[in-house]
Design a binder for this molecule. Structure first.
Ligand code: SOE
Length: 373
């Protein structure tokens, strides 16, 4: 019996995950049978068009209906829509996959993680960059001790879509709707990646010192620039933070949506007692490695058949792309649902990220180091 999937949200993330659902039967034959069942949205005309394009059986303008009719609920809406539908689904023991960051605020994230703990269903948070083959390859190297003890982690996520002050206002620019700006939208990815890669060896992030900055504090409301109406931007365009891990390792994190010339430039570098590694999303099939005694970094092309996920796709060197990370994460989550297994990143992982985001905001308010609580 196919898993009936309900999806809230049909734009960017709706397309990324619907594309992944369509790929699974072709490339992951052991994935559970799926039915793109209910697509949820508010605008009935746009919703009907999206349901047709994304091949959903039906639509609903209220998520309560969808939750009653499906086996799995994907919450791909804006941050402010993450808590209530996800909590309601989990209270009905319907598995939930929610886009990142888990929530706009730490309080909401705690409510969501609490609902996941109480539920008989599993819940996942869509930190898709964990599912890049090169990142999983890096994780395996670190866990095998190839870098030795972890000393430094350096993560950056730079974009430039906010550089132009004529970029229209959107929910991502509002504290009530998004919670934060580049911090939660981009920083959440990097902090989760750091937790995934070094959390087992460096421990949790314990202390943080951070700053947030809004460079463009109001933006035009309409997209065509015809009117003069503007709306205040109440979140950060950029953040930076210093972090201390339980083992004493140093973390340096930053993100920006106004870093002119950087499109989707997510990088992470890790330095240990036995070597270093570097990853860049804009070259996501590669991992740069330096191990003890090497004269310099070597570039590993992570596209061999025995590299993570690659055997599902193409021969060596036939590189993968950004969208494949969604196929991998949806394969793992839906397999966990079908097999009553566990899935990471869970809502508990999403909450751990939210605690770090909250600490960065508290540190910025106080102008001092704060504990991650
Ligand atoms: C922001 O521009 C964004 O779309 C994030 O919201 C996504 O999580 C990231 O994967 C790409 O950039």
């Amino acid at each position: 019996m196919a898993l009936k999937i309900g999806v809230l949200g049909y734009r960017f993330m709706g397309r990324a995950h619907s594309n992944a659902f369509a790929r699974l039967p072709m490339f992951f034959p052991d994935a559970p049978d799926l039915e793109r069942h209910t697509l949820v949205g508010r605008d009935e005309d746009a919703l009907a068009d999206a349901a047709d394009r994304l091949d959903f059986a039906t639509t609903a303008t209220d998520w309560e209906t969808a939750i009653d009719d499906v086996d799995v609920f994907y919450n791909l809406g804006p941050n402010f829509v993450h808590p209530e539908p996800s909590i309601a689904a989990l209270e009905s023991d319907v598995p939930v996959f929610c886009e990142k960051p888990l929530a706009p605020t730490l309080e909401d994230a705690e409510r969501m993680a609490g609902a996941a703990e109480e539920s008989d269903a599993i819940a996942g948070c869509a930190f898709n960059y964990r599912f890049v083959p090169a990142i999983q390859y890096a994780k395996n190297l670190i866990e095998a001790g190839e870098l030795g003890a972890i000393r430094q982690v350096r993560g950056k996520y730079l974009q430039d879509w906010g550089v132009d002050p004529a970029e229209p206002w959107s929910w991502r620019m509002d504290e009530e709707l998004a919670g934060s700006g580049a911090l939660g939208d981009l920083g959440a990815h990097t902090i989760d990646l750091a937790r995934f890669l070094v959390g087992d060896r460096a421990g949790a992030i314990e202390r943080i010192s951070g700053q947030l900055r809004t460079f463009v504090d109001e933006r035009p409301v309409d997209g065509d620039g015809s009117g003069n109406e503007t709306r205040e931007v109440t979140v950060d365009d950029a953040y930076s933070a210093q972090a201390e891990f339980a083992n004493g390792a140093m973390g340096t994190f930053e993100a920006s949506r106004v870093a002119d010339g950087h499109k989707n430039d997510h990088t992470i570098a890790i330095h240990g007692t036995e070597g270093s590694l570097r990853f860049s999303l804009e070259r996501l099939n590669e991992l740069e490695l330096l191990r003890d005694g090497d004269r310099g970094y070597e570039t590993v092309l992570v596209t061999d058949a025995d590299d993570p996920y690659v055997d599902h796709w193409w021969p060596p060197g036939h590189v993968l792309g950004w969208e494949h990370t969604f196929v991998h994460e949806d394969y793992e989550f839906l397999s966990a649902v079908a097999g009553d297994g566990a899935f990471h990143p869970s809502f508990a992982d999403g909450l751990a990220v939210q605690r770090a985001l909250d600490a960065i905001e508290r540190s910025d308010d106080r102008g001092e180091w704060v504990a991650v609580e």
